[in-house]
Design a protein around this ligand. Structure first.
Ligand code: GDP
Ligand code: MN
Ligand code: MN
Ligand code: MN
Length: 257
């Protein structure tokens, strides 16, 4: 398996055609690629998802939330930021000492994934509205330029419960299933696997994130070659629904104690 960053991409501006910019720089690599990953940061920039704190009139709820939180510098949380998080979210799962929410497209992450790094000229960068559709647009853009059958994954850096550190996750994908179902396969002792569903899009996103970096590298897109999904059954389930999520149910019970 080979992961190659797409180099020399410019600072992405609203309206930029990411597929065109990427094909211009990595067309040859893409011809033989299975997957292209693109960091949500540049997808959001291209889709004009920047915002400024002044655009968020503060509700009573946002003020109440912000009053109880300090940011990493020990400063009181800006209530306009809390308002922005609420507007991007359908549910607040944890409200202190940080905001954990479900975004409108079903991804659970801190601060609704609103980013303050790598955002020149504006205060905030919101996640793409519908990252699955963003991935689809990029894939069609590749096809328009004669590059067929490349799966596209939109990634974001996200924290994990139970463990320190962040890693890349998939927030939108197209052209491949989200996961590979190992149930019914056998291990080396012949024992049948009963529960293993491998979240392949997250694993590809994490691998790609090793190459993109998190700072000033300027490499938001990664071409994946010599990798195959294989013959196992695929599924597009990634974000758990509440009924199907014991951890989330436990959080709700804890909140009302
Ligand atoms: P996120 O994980 O989606 O939040 O994205 P990051 O902010 O971690 O950035 C991922 C990679 O994209 C890093 O290498 C950044 O330097 C790079 N990056 C961010 N914005 C731009 C841009 O507008 N142009 C280029 N060329 N690289 C960018
Ligand atoms: Mn960032
Ligand atoms: Mn991000
Ligand atoms: Mn990142």
């Amino acid at each position: 398996m080979e992961l190659t960053p797409v180099t020399d991409l410019p600072e992405i501006r609203p309206g930029d055609d990411l597929a065109e910019l990427i094909v211009d720089r990595a067309g040859d690599d893409l011809e033989s690629a299975e997957v292209l990953t693109v960091a949500s940061t540049v997808v959001s920039k291209a889709e004009d998802r920047t915002a400024d704190l002044a655009e968020y009139p503060v509700s009573g709820r946002a003020r109440e939330i912000a009053d109880r939180i300090e940011d990493v510098a020990g400063e009181q949380k800006d209530p306009r930021f809390a308002q922005a998080v609420l507007e991007e979210s359908t549910e607040l799962l944890i409200d202190a000492p940080f905001l954990l929410t479900e975004t409108r497209f079903g991804h659970i992450t801190v601060n609704a994934g609103i980013d303050r790094s790598n955002v020149p000229e504006h205060d905030l960068l919101l996640l793409p509205k519908r990252p699955g559709e963003s991935a689809e647009r990029i894939r069609r853009g590749l096809e328009d330029r004669g590059i067929e059958d490349v799966a596209v994954i939109v990634t974001d850096t996200s924290g994990r419960p139970f463990r320190h550190g962040q890693r890349g996750v998939a927030i939108g994908w197209t052209g491949m299933p989200a996961s590979r179902d190992w149930r019914g396969e056998r291990d080396r002792d012949g024992r049948e696997l009963g529960v293993t569903v491998q979240s392949v899009v997250d694993e590809l996103a994490a691998a790609a994130n090793l190459v993109t970096g998190e700072g000033a590298d300027g490499t938001p897109a990664v071409v994946v070659r010599d990798w195959e999904f294989g013959d196992l059954e695929g599924s597009d389930e990634l974000f758990r629904s509440v009924e199907d999520d014991l951890v989330r149910q436990a959080l709700r019970e804890w909140e009302f104690q």
